[in-house]
Design a protein around this ligand. Structure first.
Ligand SMILES: C=CC1=C(C)c2cc3[nH]c(cc4nc(cc5[nH]c(cc1n2)c(C)c5CCC(=O)O)C(CCC(=O)O)=C4C)c(C)c3C=C
Ligand SMILES: [Fe+2]
Length: 429
């Protein structure tokens, strides 16, 4: 069956029926963007058989199998009224529910004398497994010592500021944020569209601080995808199909109060000096990672998913997986059992011209590309912070990587289909 003739997905049908008769009539008369509401345009819409429900005990987009594209955005809150923040979270939740079903962020009125309620750039596209994951930054709880919303006492103990790590070169304008939303979808336009609509709904209450697009291409056979260094990345993640592991390492438990069933996310924009990496010998690249480039197996072993033998030594008595190999220094064995759920995306933001004014007067082009590292965890203190202290101090990969931006957000639990995102935080206030 061709996509064109496929039955209309129930969610898309709701979208079609969701617009009011007046809106459809207006659209037919009005032309322009209104034409997008016309039955003919709607009938041509490919059916989105790929929806991920927005509501659930946990937010979508954390355990969801990784979509191909991501658009991560951080916002600054511009208001000092708690009611404005709550109203925004309600608007965002309602819009996210609609977007996740393949609908426009708001119903379209088709009025020619007003800005369209939705930019319209995803109309006709598949929902592409869109997920929207929201987070709260430290600034929601207090900023510059000011408790703007009466929430300071509700900041969870585990929600700490990240310390400065060895080698950090963080750009403040690209770091931090009071609120975050990550849109993931198999179509980059669907992800970007969703964030644009949410940003528009925030007007007057919150403004975009920074944004980072990313991509993650995985082979069609379901095997592990590769990062820009050419290595399989994600092999030794705790399995999202193992509820006990997720409970232990990803989801906040009773200790978290209103954050129960939520998770903390740490994001780091890590530039990779690809121009140097690409000239490094294959043997050295493998020592840096601690795994083989072709199949991702740990050095000295055969299969990608074999447990790393960190005690193995070669004929000269040297460790087969070097002391400063990335896989070793990031491993639970070297970090008191710490584990995090990595859900990173590569980024490729073009290339910059660089010139040095000292001999030998090097000039050239540097890619602004690397890994937008994203990790979810139950407690950042025993998760990212624990591991990154070791990585920042000992990892051979640091010769090629520079952390240039950073942020931490508390991602509240999911919603039940009626409430709004983060509602438990505001309960009783
Ligand atoms: C502090 C956390 C980590 C940072 C920062 C980080 C950066 C980073 N990693 C790669 C590529 C790979 N990472 C791999 C494994 C791995 N990385 C971390 C943590 C951080 N990585 C962990 C916890 C692990 C798993 C360790 C283990 O238990 O074995 C791998 C190997 C394959 C895999 O297991 O995914 C690769 C490859 C890059 C390129 C990068 C920064 C640019
Ligand atoms: Fe890593």
């Amino acid at each position: 069956m061709t996509q064109h003739n496929a039955p209309i997905n129930p969610a898309r049908r709701r979208f079609l029926l969701g617009t009011t008769q007046a809106a459809v009539a207006g659209a037919l008369l009005g032309g322009g963007l209104g034409m997008l509401n016309s039955p003919r345009a709607m009938a041509a819409t490919p059916p989105p058989l790929d929806l991920v429900p927005f509501d659930g005990a946990h937010q979508a987009g954390i355990l969801t199998p990784q979509q191909k594209h991501s658009y991560f955005a951080a916002f600054d809150l511009d208001t000092d009224k708690r009611a404005d923040v709550i109203a925004l979270l309600k608007r965002w939740t309602a819009a996210a529910r609609r977007l996740s079903r393949g609908q426009t962020a708001l119903p379209l009125s088709g009025k020619a004398d007003a800005a369209p309620e939705d930019g319209g750039d995803s109309i006709g596209l598949s929902t592409s497994k869109l997920t929207l994951t929201f987070g709260f930054g430290p600034g929601l709880f207090s900023k510059n010592g000011v408790d703007r919303y009466g929430l300071a006492s509700r900041r969870p103990e585990a929600f700490v500021d990240l310390p400065k790590f060895n080698g950090d070169q963080l750009v403040p304008e690209r770091s931090g944020g009071d609120l975050s939303v990550q849109a993931c979808a198999d179509d980059p336009q669907v992800a970007f569209h969703a964030v644009r609509q949410l940003a528009a709904l925030a007007q007057g209450v919150a403004s975009l601080r920074w944004a980072q697009p990313g991509f993650a291409s995985a082979p069609a056979d379901g095997s592990t995808g590769r990062n820009l260094m050419g290595f399989k990345d994600g092999t030794n993640n705790p399995s999202t199909k193992d509820p006990a592991l997720m409970k232990e390492f990803v989801w906040v438990g009773d200790e978290g109060g209103w954050m129960k069933n939520g998770s903390y996310v740490v994001v780091r924009r890590i530039r990779i000096a690809l121009e140097h990496w690409d000239r490094s010998e294959l043997g050295f690249q493998q020592e840096v990672v601690g795994r083989y480039k072709d199949n991702g197996a740990p050095l000295g072993q055969k299969d990608e998913f074999e447990t790393m033998k960190l005690d193995a030594t070669d004929a000269d008595g040297n460790p087969v997986i070097p002391d400063s190999a990335h896989s070793r220094v990031a491993s639970p064995q070297e970090n008191g059992g710490a584990r995090i759920l990595r859900r990173a995306y590569s980024f490729n933001d073009g290339a910059n011209f660089v010139a040095e004014r000292w001999p030998p007067w090097h000039q050239g082009i540097e890619y602004d590309a690397g890994l937008f590292f994203i990790a979810y965890q139950r407690d950042p203190r025993s998760g990212f912070i624990r591991i990154n202290k070791t990585v920042a101090a000992r990892d051979m990969m640091n010769q090629y990587t520079t952390h240039v931006a950073s942020a931490i957000f508390a991602c509240p639990p999911g919603t039940d289909g009626k409430g709004y995102i983060g509602e438990p935080l505001f309960a009783g206030l």
